[in-house]
Design a protein around this ligand. Structure first.
Ligand code: NAD
Ligand code: DAU
Length: 339
């Protein structure tokens, strides 16, 4: 089998590349990544010399390049991770989110239609469902929960999902969509809550918690997301959406306090800052369909996963230091000075 994996130099795409390249030595994995501020070739260092791995530096919106790749390789599967992924950045500048997340998706699917494909898989998010109230723990997102987005990021991901479903219905493109909850784990860019808080705690800087810290996220270790996508791509049913999550709901304050406790740091480092505009209250996934129909089961609990992740961050200071570019510093200064 030949796979095209987009966004493979990012956090989840990178973990997926490691998982797949090692698990399927007889399949070929071609990774295309634009290497934006969030993409990092160092993430791919452990697999870069494997004979079943190829890296192409390029943009999924570049139709000519994408078609050329499809001509060169007869892809069986396309797995689309490439995206602008940070909600706060989408509030600062929505346009690039529309370009990459929507137009990029359409270019990839046009190529799939033109050259033929066994399966196009769209990596989506629980954020397309909007949010749930904090005082109704009985409510979970299901695959038929209506789309109801809050941020330019989630609106762009929902638009892409609708396009993918439209290509399936109108053009009979064989597709699947996975919608996953918040991931954490190795190679996580330190603009997102968990790696940012670990980084700040380690250097005894204040930890910026938005609002009062009561917003809830449903955390899943990235390894478990990768196993889910692998299953869906190979065994999922055409045209179907699968929710991915491990029932690990935690408030942001709980997460931050766990990190501080594990690192033996004082809670006095917590700094409550101005809330994110339109901040979603709670996400919680119901993964029953994926578990019963495809037999998926997560390996990690939050407690085992967070310990391992903190350890990874302690052991990979070089990786973190190298990805902190000028662009990262500019965004961090703007985002947090306004709060
Ligand atoms: P990330 O920001 O860490 O990585 C995105 C990658 O895409 C980077 O390597 C970047 O260089 C690349 N990229 C960006 N624009 C591109 C373009 N135009 N052409 C080619 N490559 C481009 O993101 P992530 O957290 O790894 O998320 C990956 C996917 O998973 C996204 O689609 C995101 O919406 C989805 N998702 C993320 C989470 C999460 O918790 N992080 C949860 C559910 C779903
Ligand atoms: O739910 C899946 C989504 O999870 C993915 O689709 C997105 O790509 C990914 O970025 C993530 O979105 P969130 O907005 O939930 O993640 P983030 O790490 O930015 O924030 C998690 C929570 O922590 C959220 O409630 C906001 C809060 N937060 C975040 C930052 C960066 C803070 O309180 N302080 C911070 O400095």
């Amino acid at each position: 089998m030949i796979y095209l994996v987009t966004g493979g130099a990012g956090f989840i795409g990178g973990n997926f590349m490691h998982y797949m390249v090692n698990k399927y030595p007889n399949d070929l994995f071609v990774c295309i990544d634009a290497l934006t501020y969030a993409g990092n070739l160092e993430t791919l260092e452990p697999i870069k010399d494997k004979s079943n791995f190829k890296f192409v530096h390029g943009n999924i919106c570049d139709r000519k390049l994408v078609y050329k790749l499809f001509e060169e390789y007869q892809f069986d599967y396309v797995v689309n991770f490439a995206a602008e992924s940070h909600v706060d950045r989408s509030i600062e500048n929505p346009t690039i989110f529309l370009e990459t997340n929507i137009i990029g998706t359409s270019v990839l699917m046009d190529a799939c239609r033109k050259y033929g494909i066994k399966r196009y898989h769209q990596v989506s998010t629980d954020e397309v469902y909007g949010d749930l109230p904090l005082d109704r723990p009985d409510l979970l997102f299901k695959e038929d929960t209506p789309i109801h987005t809050s941020s330019p990021y989630s609106a762009s991901k929902a638009s892409a999902d609708l396009l993918v479903l439209a290509y399936h219905r109108t053009f009979k493109l064989p597709i699947t969509i996975s919608r996953c909850s918040n991931n954490y784990g190795p190679y996580h860019f330190p603009e997102k809550l968990i790696p940012l808080m670990i980084k700040k705690a380690l250097s005894n800087e204040s930890l910026p918690v938005y609002g009062n810290g009561s917003n809830v996220r449903d955390w899943l270790h990235v390894y478990d997301h990768c196993t889910a996508i692998d299953l869906i791509v190979r065994n999922g049913k055409d045209g179907e959406v699968y929710n991915v999550g491990g029932h690990n709901e935690k408030s942001n304050l709980e997460v931050v306090k766990t990190i501080l406790k594990t690192l033996n740091k004082s809670e006095s480092l917590i700094n409550y800052v101005k809330d994110r505009p339109g901040h979603d209250l709670r996400y919680a996934m119901d993964p029953t369909k994926l578990m019963t129909e495809l037999g998926w089961k997560p390996k990690y609990t939050f407690e085992t996963g967070i310990k391992e992740t903190i350890k990874w961050n302690l052991e990979h200071q070089d990786w973190i230091d190298h990805i902190i570019s000028g662009e990262y510093l500019r965004f961090m200064e703007k985002n947090y000075n306004d709060k």
